[in-house]
Design a protein around this ligand. Structure first.
Ligand SMILES: Nc1nc2c(ncn2[C@@H]2O[C@H](COP(=O)(O)OP(=O)(O)OP(=O)(O)O)[C@@H](O)[C@H]2O)c(=O)[nH]1
Ligand SMILES: [Mg+2]
Ligand SMILES: [Zn+2]
Ligand SMILES: [Zn+2]
Length: 366
């Protein structure tokens, strides 16, 4: 492992650059040459600490406490959830993580820090115990990275369990004027971008949906932005973050994920996207299924008169690197204002399975 990423400031750090702190007195301890070379924690020489090991690892750039196993990650996964306000980011993120933990996949998913744990537990309780959607994230909330560790028990040997760090920002894509520098670094360094789109924000789709379902599925009054403007807005956010000139294609793989599919299932009949996804059960990314879903959604957009949406995606991201997904965090529309029926998330792991397959963590099968 050559480059380590600080999960908090997204700066690259070298193993030799890591700073060490004493958990007893809090002062910085300096490793000897040998300790440095072996990535060993130095001893604290402060009076009263009795040569206790200075085991706290700190980022030299931002000073954050690094996970104790920072050197053991074999991959840094960055799962960027981008989307405008109301797209369904917070609810999607919560159900995706919950499903990942309860799906029977051979992974152990652990929060890397207390904040991640608190935010996730709170949101999980709302959806799964109180049957309420996660409320709109208050505007101006600084986007906090959620830090998870995935341990792959299927690939574990006597000596090691491969582990990956998974960083997710909830709140990216919002404020075009004040893009958080951490998020910029993170987007620039992401191989895949996951763009969440609320289908109910597309004028051609809104007319398919009953007014009550429409109002229970939207946190704020819709701005009725034209579909192309919506895509161009997100694209310009990505360009600014990753420093990509207007007119140049954004050279990243993109998952365009339609959320809230429950509200529009009727218009899909018995199409593949309405059926449970096969990826989790097969523990692989099943390409034929994903191709069918991709085609169905493109086709459906055309039928709803949303060609301009497709065009805007192609103009910004090119014709070959985009995959369309359809998910529903709840599995069915809310049953009232802030009220959920039985929550059975639908295909929420599909985009992540694509990312994992591209990273070589799970196989892709045709
Ligand atoms: N029908 C339906 N509604 C959903 C689904 N997921 C989210 N919603 C609704 O969409 C609205 C917005 O969802 P959020 O998850 O708060 O969206 P967000 O992108 O986090 O929005 P901000 O925090 O405002 O940026 C809420 O009113 C949810 O009830 C879904 O799977 N189905
Ligand atoms: Mg939110
Ligand atoms: Zn000490
Ligand atoms: Zn840092």
């Amino acid at each position: 492992m050559t480059d380590i990423l600080c999960p908090y400031c997204m700066n690259k750090i070298t193993p030799g650059g890591i700073k060490y702190g004493c958990p007893n007195c809090g002062t910085e301890a300096h490793p000897s040459m040998i300790e440095r070379a072996r990535h060993m924690a130095p001893v604290c020489r402060q009076p009263g600490c009795d040569r206790r090991l200075a085991t706290d690892r700190k980022c030299p750039k931002c000073g954050a406490n690094l996970p104790s196993d920072i050197l053991d990650y074999s991959k840094y996964l960055r799962f960027s959830i981008l989307g405008i306000s109301g797209a369904g980011k917070s609810n999607f993120l919560t159900t995706m993580l919950h499903e990942m933990r309860s799906s029977g996949l051979p992974w152990v998913l652990t929060p890397m820090d207390p904040d991640t744990q608190t935010v996730f537990r709170g949101n999980e309780k709302l959806i799964y115990e109180d049957a309420e959607p996660v409320p709109a994230t208050p505007p101006g909330t600084p986007p906090q990275p959620q830090q998870w560790k995935i341990q792959d028990t299927k690939k574990m040997t006597n000596r090691i369990i491969p582990s990956y760090s998974l960083t997710i920002f909830d709140g990216a894509g919002e404020d075009q004027q004040n893009i958080d520098p951490k998020i910029s670094k993170y987007i620039a360094g992401s191989r895949t971008l996951v763009i969440l789109i609320d289908p109910l924000a597309l004028p051609g789709v809104r007319r398919l949906v009953k007014p009550d379902v429409l109002s229970w599925s939207s946190s704020r009054a819709s701005t009725h932005e034209a579909a192309a403007d919506l895509v161009n807005g997100l694209a310009s956010y990505i360009r600014t973050s990753a420093n990509i000139k207007t007119g140049k294609l954004i050279d990243k793989d993109v998952a365009v994920v339609f959320t809230k599919m429950d509200a529009v299932f009727d218009s899909f009949g018995t199409a593949t996207v309405t059926q449970p996804g096969p990826h989790v059960m097969r523990q692989a990314f099943m390409e034929a299924d994903a191709d069918a879903v991709d085609l169905e959604i493109r086709d459906w957009l055309m039928r709803q008169g949303e060609q301009s949406f497709l065009n805007a995606i192609t103009v910004n991201f090119g014709p070959d690197r985009v995959r369309y997904f359809g998910v529903s965090s709840f599995g069915q529309p809310p049953t009232g204002p802030n009220r959920l029926g039985r929550v059975l998330p639908h295909r929420v792991l599909d985009p992540l399975m694509w990312v994992l397959a591209k990273e070589g963590i799970i196989p892709a099968k045709s």
